[in-house]
Design a protein around this ligand. Structure first.
Ligand code: FEO
Length: 418
């Protein structure tokens, strides 16, 4: 700690933090070191931990960053405050990518009051052993910083039970926690208007599918709750600050949380020696010959399931093919179907096929999976023993064609008996 303090006191940069709106500064950090978010999801383009300072008669810090970046974070804050104290830390979300620097911040700002709801404050004690200097807020309550009036809206399960959002009515800025966040670092710019945002949409889908995807219904509730607010800016805890592209960011969240998808098909297969892969190729041929242009094939041994999940959220059709492996599905396929079940993905059109050498199990298991999900499913499937033969090659092509047909059949209206 002595070494760290020397660094903080003697090596000083006056960071030029971006003022994103009146009196509100971005003090977040980039992480290009972590390879797996939550030690699970590969992040090839890095991630940001966003934090914001609102400087008024009172000073509020909104969320913190991963503890590994505490030193840099503190320097950014100090550059902005010129010796002023911080009055409040607004804690919108307690997952440690945003909260693990709390103890560090308290060391340098011992008077800081931690602002959160009852669940948040319980978690502060549970994770960090802190049980003092709390200000508990209720849903809809306001905290005045002077000119800036902060309103708190509880949005449980977006992404944890304690999650809330903070709305600065003065600047019409929503501090949204994980919601509307993306993977990907901020390479010089913070506001969407000053950077090319195209690369972030897939990163948003990747983040949503893997982190928030299980909680479609709470996301819908949160969106409804926020509808009456005039929002000029959305400040998430990850990725760009949305100003020019608010409508698109909100629309993506709305569509993904309703499991709405575009025309296209994901084919996810496991294959040990290429025989099941040839079945997948034949299904793809059938789909394309029937006019489906967006066919995305994933070898589950080569593509991480996080990316496959992202694409399943994106496209309406899904095909899964698996060999039988030790009397089970191929392990990568088994893991994938569990992740799909866990997220309760709705309204997909489905087809499946399997293969085996001496005991056929995969096709049967995929049939059970289809029933569990309650999806529209092509009314036959294909199963091959050992190498792919002409009759099943043709059957796989037909499977693709039939799935294309199903995709173009209108779904019965909600509530219909048929
Ligand atoms: Fe970015 Fe749920 O933490």
């Amino acid at each position: 700690m002595i070494v760290l303090e020397c660094v903080i006191l003697k090596i000083r940069i006056m960071f030029l933090n971006t003022e994103i709106t009146q009196d509100t500064f971005y003090v977040g950090v980039n992480d290009r070191i972590k390879t797996k978010f939550e030690n699970l999801i590969p992040i090839t383009k890095g991630v940001t931990y966003n934090s914001y300072l609102i400087i008024d008669e009172k000073v509020a810090l909104v969320d913190t960053v991963d503890v590994c970046y505490s030193d840099l974070f503190l320097q950014k804050i100090q550059s902005q405050l010129n010796g002023r104290d911080i009055d409040y830390l607004i804690i919108n979300h307690m997952e440690p990518d945003h909260s693990s620097a709390i103890r560090f911040i308290r060391k340098y700002y011992p008077n800081i009051v931690l602002v959160g709801n009852a669940k948040t404050l319980g978690m502060v004690e549970g994770f960090y052993g802190i049980d003092e200097n709390f200000l508990e807020v209720k849903d809809g309550e306001m905290l005045s910083l002077g000119a800036h009036k902060l309103y708190f809206y509880f949005t449980p399960m977006v992404h944890w039970p304690e999650t809330m959002m903070t709305y600065d009515k003065t600047t019409q800025t929503l501090f949204s926690g994980d919601a509307f966040g993306t993977f990907g670092t901020l390479d010089g710019g913070v506001l969407d208007a000053e950077i090319n945002v195209e690369r972030y949409w897939d990163e948003m889908a990747l983040y949503y599918a893997n982190i928030v995807g299980k909680y479609g219904s709470p996301v819908q509730k949160a969106l409804q709750k926020l509808t009456p607010l005039e929002i000029k800016m959305i400040c998430s805890t990850h990725g760009p600050v949305w100003k020019e592209y608010i409508d698109k960011a909100v629309d993506m969240y709305d569509r993904m949380s309703r499991f709405e998808a575009r025309e296209g098909v994901v084919i996810a297969y496991g294959s040990m020696y290429g025989n099941t892969e040839q079945m997948a190729e034949a299904v793809a041929k059938g789909l394309v010959s029937a006019g489906i242009k967006n066919v995305v094939m994933h070898n589950t041994a080569a593509t991480d399931s996080s990316v496959i999940l992202r694409d399943i959220f994106k496209y309406k059709g899904l095909v899964i093919g698996s060999p039988t492996y030790c009397n089970e599905l191929h392990p990568e396929i088994d893991a994938l179907v569990r992740k799909i079940e866990n997220r309760g993905i709705k309204r997909r059109d489905f087809a499946y096929f399997g293969s085996f050498s001496w005991a056929g199990v995969a096709k049967k298991k995929l049939g059970v999976f289809a029933e569990t999900m309650g999806w529209r499913t092509v009314d036959f499937s294909v199963e091959e023993k050992m190498g792919l033969k002409e009759n099943n090659y043709q059957a796989c092509i037909l499977l693709g064609e039939k799935l294309a047909e199903l995709l173009r059949t209108e779904e019965p209206a909600a509530g219909s008996c048929h």
